[in-house]
Design a protein around this ligand. Structure first.
Ligand SMILES: [Zn+2]
Length: 395
């Protein structure tokens, strides 16, 4: 079995599998439901991308018309489309049903026609099911129903980067998982210190950043500013555009088109071409240094060198916050997570603890309820300052 998995991974371009990836794939293929919690940037997508090839290779007398199908549920349309592109590049036959495409009907029909070939159901970014399902995507709460429409013995794989013990149990129930094997590697980014600062106004909080960008230009450390509201993204973008003037673009004075901008904005209202340009610019060396974004952006990028993640306004909950800040420092180099709190911020009890309870380490407050968390192990992994509270204590 392990050899088959290794061959499948090589076929789609991965030359080495990590132990946890191997465990997730092999337990699933052996016929178990699997709940995997693996840190952001660990390589979760490999766990399902290689499945069709593994199932094909394990079939006796395999014929081309028996090609295995894996159904993947992902919360965001932008993310789904990215994954279709990525898997097509890797040589897999893939398509999507997004609810807004004319092609949906044909794709639905081909899934129904190939029902017998469906070998697995994968729920990616599983931590979003509950929160997003109960707000703007109620269909996410019906994944168990989806399972019931599939062949009897179908297995489910749920993947996430962050989940508390109670959320994991809740999600397993929501998805209808049966006695799942759990593979847990708690998120631990020793290169990412956390700090909380009071938000006063765009001028007060962002002028230093603007001035630094003006001096450093394309050497400015890559930064994502997450806003809870599209209006905040627009205000920040306009503030930078107006105050930087000709310095807003590279080269200086170039027209304000997305491929000349050092600063851009990514929200549900952003034009698709601009979105694609931003995503691809952020995943390779480019002139784009700062993006003001709503949360959709973080899930669409796979950028190794984001040095700072700033939240303007409250993250939804601990899981989202860990996930969103996890975009920073994927290459392991020193990075930073900053939360600018507004006086009126409404947050859940755990996030409140994180920003109000200022005598204990923020890292500890953030991770204490995470599955598999161990304060001492976390400390051992620190390659950077821990948090603003610990830094003050050291002085
Ligand atoms: Zn600390």
């Amino acid at each position: 079995m392990e050899e088959v998995i290794e061959v499948a991974a090589i076929e789609i371009g991965y030359d080495r599998l990590k132990a946890e990836q191997m465990q997730v794939i092999s337990k699933f293929v052996e016929g178990n439901d699997v709940f995997a919690m693996l840190p952001t940037g660990f390589g979760k997508s490999l766990c399902y991308l290689c499945l069709p090839i593994v199932f094909d290779m394990l079939q006796d007398n395999f014929r081309q018309e028996d090609l295995s199908i894996i159904v993947i549920v992902t919360p965001l349309t932008a993310l789904i489309k990215d994954q279709v592109c990525a898997s097509t590049v890797k040589g897999l036959v893939s398509g999507c049903i997004c609810g807004d495409d004319e092609d949906d009907h044909a794709m639905k029909q081909s899934v129904v026609d190939g029902k017998k070939r469906i070998k697995g159901l994968v729920i990616d970014e599983a931590h979003t099911l509950k929160q997003w399902g109960s707000t703007f995507q109620p269909i996410l709460l019906r994944v168990e129903e989806l399972r019931s429409l599939m062949p009897e013995n179908i297995k489910v794989m749920a993947l996430t980067a962050t989940a508390t013990h109670s959320l994991r149990l809740e999600l397993s129930k929501l998805i209808g998982m049966r006695d799942p094997v759990t593979v847990l590697l708690p998120p631990c980014k020793g290169n990412l210190p956390y700090e909380v600062l009071r938000y006063y106004s765009i001028e007060e909080n962002f002028i230093p950043m603007l001035k630094e960008l003006q001096v450093m230009r394309t050497a400015y450390p890559r930064t994502i500013v997450y806003c809870q509201r599209i209006e905040d993204c627009c205000d920040l973008y306009q503030f930078f555009e107006a105050n930087l003037g000709r310095d807003f673009t590279e080269p200086i004075g170039a027209p304000s088109l997305s491929w000349f901008r050092m600063v851009d904005m990514f929200t549900s209202c952003t034009d698709v071409d601009v979105k694609n340009h931003i995503i691809s610019s952020f995943t390779k060396p480019s002139i784009l240094q700062i993006v003001f974004a709503t949360v959709a952006f973080g899930m669409s990028i796979d950028s190794p060198d984001v040095r700072a993640v700033i939240h303007l306004g409250p993250p939804h909950d601990v899981e989202s916050y860990i996930q969103e800040t996890g975009c920073a420092g994927r290459d392991g180099l020193p990075s930073k997570a900053t939360w600018l709190t507004k006086r009126s911020s409404f947050v859940d009890a755990d996030m409140k603890d994180f920003y109000e309870f200022t005598t204990d380490c923020r890292r500890h407050l953030l991770f204490k309820k995470m599955e598999g968390y161990d304060r001492n192990i976390h400390r051992k992994h620190l390659t950077n300052i821990c948090c603003d509270v610990c830094a003050l204590r050291k002085k």
